[in-house]
Ligand binder design. Structure first.
Ligand code: KG4
Ligand code: ZN
Length: 338
């Protein structure tokens, strides 16, 4: 790469049920492709790892070719290949990782292994050309719920995280209790729009300060409410349960993000992860930011749920830091946030 030229990076994501590839130049998104096996997985009520791995094998070449073609970029023009190496399903990760290794090796360019969850955080960089740390970031996905303080592009302080279930996991479990199909989160959001938050649910970690979360008590309270109503043969509203749960699960995220921004004296907040695709959460965050005079960088919904643009974005961060990976890089089922 010539000095001063913006790096062109291909991102590849295959940690769960989305096979995705995207090309960025600097912070400009040139293409963003995705092939999802979610409709097939829905027939089984959740992700079947073996089906996911096979679907990635079928799709990976096609999404990468499409991403390059739609970007108008020849593979020889790439400066690096960034790929998710964890956390996720091992067989699924290995498909994207092996493909990325072969491509980077063949082209003689760096391989950049990306921690999926750091990708969710980096999605905000594509949304705002001018975004630079320090800022506070709200992370809420199927595996993580945390509030972070970004000191630099590569250094985060975890201010607090969940003590048990992640927010997305709680959405999926409550959705199942309400008889909603996979994936639970978006279906629960749609049902909540038809109801009111009238059912009293326990306040999360009442009386405890800090930025910790706990979703297991809230989930159990919803399950107990539904079972009690059913056992007594009393009528109950699925939509009201969905709405009440959604408020209880998400209001606390907005409140604690605001508190963290105040404590850290930052004027910018960002958000990432599948749960940030939730419309109620997005409007609550926007309202809070407006009231407090904060600049909110909210990636579009498609960059909150799994995608490869965010992997390319984190790849660009690591490229600038010259943080390249060896070709012996292996897939990891679990990876810490930092
Ligand atoms: O970030 P993501 O796509 O995958 C992980 O890295 O985990 O997040 C998936 C999680 C799932 O639990 C899903 O139910 C939740 O995000 N989710 C939502 C919505 N869309 C996805 N939760 C609430 N409302 C949504 N609209
Ligand atoms: Zn994800």
């Amino acid at each position: 790469m010539l000095t001063g030229k913006k790096a062109i990076i291909l991102g590849i994501e295959s940690s769960c049920d989305e096979t995705a590839a995207a090309v960025i130049r600097g912070r400009e998104l040139l293409s963003d492709e995705i092939i999802s096996s979610a409709p097939v997985q829905a027939q089984y009520g959740g992700v079947v790892p073996e089906i996911a791995s096979r679907a990635h094998t079928d799709a990976v070449d096609e999404v990468v070719c499409r991403a390059l073609a739609n970007a108008g970029v020849k593979k020889e023009e790439l400066d690096a290949v960034a790929v998710t190496y964890g956390a996720g399903l091992l067989g699924a990760l290995l498909v994207g990782l092996s493909f990325a290794k072969g491509l980077a090796y063949g082209l003689g360019i760096p391989l950049i292994g990306v921690n999926h969850i750091r990708g969710h955080l980096a999605a905000a960089y594509l949304e705002d050309e001018a975004l630079h740390p320090p800022f506070v970031s709200l992370l809420a996905s199927g595996g993580h719920t945390a509030i972070l303080y970004a000191k630099t592009e590569t250094e985060f302080e975890v201010l607090g995280s969940t003590l048990d279930d992640a927010a997305g996991e709680a959405f999926d479990k409550v959705a199942r209790v309400l008889g909603l199909p996979y994936p639970g989160g978006p279906h629960l959001e749609a049902l909540a729009r038809e109801g009111e938050p009238v059912i009293p649910l326990p306040a999360m970690l009442k009386g405890e300060g800090g930025y910790r979360f706990s979703y297991s008590g809230l989930k159990t309270a919803v399950i107990n409410y539904v079972h009690n109503k059913e056992q007594r043969g009393e009528p109950w509203s699925r939509a009201d349960v969905a709405s009440s749960f959604q408020h209880a699960a998400l209001d606390v995220l907005v409140k604690k993000t605001a508190e963290a921004a105040e404590e850290k004296r930052v004027s910018v907040i960002t958000a990432g992860g599948g749960v940030i695709a939730n419309g109620y959460l997005r409007s609550s965050l926007s309202r809070m930011a407006e009231q407090r005079g904060l600049h909110l960088v909210l990636p579009p919904k498609a960059h909150c749920t799994d995608n490869a643009a965010m992997i390319a974005a984190e790849g660009a961060v690591l490229f600038r830091a010259r943080h390249f990976s060896p070709f012996s890089l292996n897939a990891e089922a679990y990876l810490p946030l930092s």
